[in-house]
Design a binder for this molecule. Structure first.
Ligand SMILES: [Zn+2]
Length: 479
């Protein structure tokens, strides 16, 4: 009680709005104190990455900023993992358990935005952190630092390893980190994601595959001698039509998206080249493969009809997330002990303005934590390369509120919130829950072995193989 009281006084004195610190564990109190002490540096670091607004595989300054912070804290840095200049690890300690924690930091193109609650690009046409990854990497590194300090003082034993994981929004950098063996000796991996709510991650998301379809025809004058032309764009249109007819006959969990990247240059030339980025998703990898193969057949059929040549190139793909319930339950206890994030009137005002600007009910930002959910039978939502990590090592996941409920994700509104106090508070909260849960993992070997036992049972005899082509990662590809 006395420790709680002192900690609470400390927090009040430093002006921090924390709802509740109902933990009697001195180690958990210590990591929370460390994160509060780091808060201004973490905020500065997150704002820096927010302003760098670097997209997939171009996150040189963001990765460097995280590495600089880690190095200053005494972590040992390993760079260029899997031949990706922006992939790195920061490690401290020795021996078992080895606990990993993931940190992403890439932005999304076209979402540049100021920290105001209405659309106002910071740089016209620039990128922005519409998924909150400026907060993601920093919160994880803050938690890793808190644990590192405990290991250094001899209060916890083992190894802490922060994974700087690039290009989550495109290409899926973790796949090449896995292939490089970066997760081979880890016992448990921690992960979180910015969100419109605070809850432990129990949902699987969708498996996906990305591939490029290219058509090669023959150019001709569009009016002079069109009969000599073989039109690559015709094939592309037929391919898209085929996909759209096929949509009616796939399961509700399937999603098919495409991005027409090239379809001729001018109207008076029969185009000899066309290109479309295609993405197929489904709830599970097995279902995905079936749809993927059918879409490839449609691509081939379109080439036949248009009398052009074609090429299909695999880009990469991800597994759905394997949920670890034992780990999730342990995290839930810490979430409940820490309580919800509290907000000022100004922040509630800001949240309502965001909701107004994005046509959502103006209910403000939720100051609650969610109970542990059941894993949905029919998964919804996006996909993540954390799915692949969860197929090679058990992963415990969290979502923490960094934007008002209902905020459209991958939008300017998330960028706005992620650069101001609503985002910062979510980052700090995430950092604490991750660190508190890691304390459990270091102190309780049975918890680690139970988590691993559940993982082994779920995996069964499935042999993980990443959906990615041979050869180096596409670090030079911009589009
Ligand atoms: Zn994200």
């Amino acid at each position: 009680m006395r420790n709680n009281f002192l900690l609470l006084c400390g927090l009040l004195l430093s002006g921090m709005a924390v709802a509740q610190v109902a933990t009697n564990d001195p180690a958990k109190q210590a990591v929370n104190t460390s994160i509060d002490a780091q808060y201004s540096s973490l905020t500065e670091l997150s704002d820096k990455i927010w302003s760098f607004e670097e997209v997939a595989f171009q996150e040189a300054q963001s990765a460097q900023a995280l590495m600089d912070y880690a190095e200053a804290q005494g972590f040992k840095i390993t760079k260029n993992i899997g031949d990706m200049p922006t992939a790195f690890t920061a490690e401290f300690g020795s021996g078992k358990p080895v606990i990993g924690i993931l940190g992403e930091f890439d932005a999304l193109p076209g979402l540049s935005q100021n920290t105001v609650p209405y659309k106002d690009p910071l740089h016209e046409g620039g990128a922005g952190h519409g998924c909150g990854h400026n907060l993601f990497g920093v919160a994880s590194l803050g938690a890793a630092t808190a644990i590192k300090q405990m290991i250094e003082r001899g209060e916890l034993k083992g190894t802490i390893r922060f994974y700087g994981t690039p290009a989550e929004e495109k290409f899926f950098g973790k796949l090449w980190m896995i292939r490089a063996g970066a997760f081979e000796d880890v016992d448990v991996v921690m992960d979180w994601h910015p969100s419109g709510e605070t809850k432990v991650g129990m949902q699987t998301g969708l498996a996906l595959v990305d591939f490029m379809v290219e058509y090669y025809g023959q150019a001709a004058h569009a009016a002079g001698d069109p009969w000599n032309g073989r039109d690559a764009s015709d094939a592309l249109e037929l391919y898209a039509s085929g996909i759209n007819y096929y949509r009616e006959h796939v399961k509700p969990t399937v999603r098919i998206h495409y991005d027409i990247q090239k379809a001729g240059e001018v109207v008076n030339v029969v185009p000899d080249y066309a290109r479309m980025w295609t993405r197929v998703r489904d709830g599970k990898r097995d279902g995905l493969v079936e749809v993927w193969k059918q879409v490839e057949k449609i691509a081939e059929g379109a080439a036949l009809m248009a009398n052009v040549d074609y090429k299909i190139t695999l880009i990469s793909g991800v597994h759905e997330v394997l949920v670890n319930e034992t780990g999730a339950k342990a995290m839930q206890k810490n979430l409940e002990a820490l309580g919800a994030i509290s907000y000022t009137e100004e922040e509630q005002d800001y949240a309502k303005k965001i909701q107004e600007a994005t046509n959502k009910p103006q209910v403000g930002i939720e100051s609650v934590i969610s109970p542990l959910e059941k894993t949905a039978e029919f998964p919804m939502g996006g996909s993540t390369d954390v799915g692949d990590v969860s197929y090679v090592v058990p992963v415990i996941r969290l979502r923490a509120t960094t934007a008002p409920k209902g905020t459209p994700w991958h939008s300017w509104a998330v960028v706005a919130c992620g650069g101001m106090s609503i985002g910062h508070k979510g980052m700090r909260h995430a950092s604490k829950i991750l660190a508190m849960t890691m304390v459990d993992l270091y102190k309780d070997p049975k918890l680690v072995s139970d988590i691993q036992a559940e993982f082994k049972e779920d995996i069964g005899d499935y042999e993980y193989k990443g959906i990615l082509p041979d050869g180096p990662p596409p670090v030079g590809v911009k589009k």
